[in-house]
Write a protein that binds this ligand. Sequence first.
Ligand SMILES: Cc1ncc(COP(=O)(O)O)c(C=O)c1O
Length: 396
Amino acid sequence: MALELKTDIADRISLISVSSTMKVAADAEKLRAQGVDVVDFGAGEPDFPTPENIKQAAIRAIEQNFTKYTGAGGTLELKQAVCDRHAKDFGTAYKPAECIISVGGKHVIFNLTQALVNPGDEVIIPVPYWVTYKDVVSYAGGKCVFVETDEQNGFTLTAAMIEPYLTAKTRIILINSPSNPSGAVLDRDEFEKIYRLTSRRGIYLLTDECYSHFLYEGTPFSVASLPGAKDTVLVAGTLSKTYAMTGWRVGFGLVPAAIAGAMLKLQSHSTSNPSSISQKAGVEALRGPQDSVQVMLAEYRKRRDFVVRRLREIPGVKCAEPKGAFYAYPNIGVALGKRGIQNTLQFSEKLLAEAHVAVVPGEAFGTSQHVRISYATSMHELERGVERIHRFIAEL
Ligand SMILES: Cc1ncc(COP(=O)(O)O)c(C=O)c1O
């Protein structure tokens, strides 16, 4: 008798969906495989190669047979390098016991939410938000509480916007500054005010510092540097963007030791340690010369200025100026309702199919009139792509 296989999927998987940024990449890849010349503004990753000194450190790690398991939460050497770099860049004072190394920043945020959010707990997420936040909170059984920001003010957040949403169930406020997808940067005073709102009530302030080094004005800031902040501030960091290391998969959490322990428990039964080789590369990234970061930032600034100027030249398109990260988030509401385009997903699909430009629909980030353009690509591609978008919208 044939064995009957049960193929229905566990309920908790239905709480989440495939990351839309990855879907766009897959659709663009399909077209490219058919020989179509696609301009790709979808990918949220630096087009720069990983700096040479970092690559060499990885090669040395292999040659020296540093190719075995490490501690599940990362090597002491890398944890210390993370703490030292964070202290140097932001004036914090973390110890390795308060640090965990995970498989990218995404993994850190996943582990953190799984470790802290109980069913019914509320997590405050400003809109527009990075796609993953919503899904990891839902996966933990938590409730996302979205706080709208104002496009007219460049999507910037204030403490006053957050305060009305605080309840007895609020567990975490999740801030990403500079923001993916809007490039908005939270004003330092407002960050401090939000910190005070949270610490007073024993709410965690999770700060996703993924783009903290890519700031076009002012100096990088970490809310974890405020006196006493280490008790309730949770830092999620990554080497992915700062050092053009997206494929190496090294992220870090700087959190109270008890929380690091809870995250380690989960990690020890899932991924175990991030690649030993990547960890050696990470030590070099954090301890070695830092000039490549400034070189990339200068290039991103040039690209931002170009893209924003050209997008604003498209009739009816508005674009807030990104103050950090490497994304523009133009409002393409002018195209909605034309040629059957009902929403930004349909806009993005048509744009890809007809003009061969990949962008990410704003619905993925919680807004209904925008698309995300990653300008972490060459000036040549930016010129070609924005020209195509201009023509596409003008001819609708
Ligand atoms: C806001 C934000 N946080 C975290 C990450 C995580 O990056 P990774 O998992 O590559 O470290 C990303 C990547 O796109 C991001 O945009």
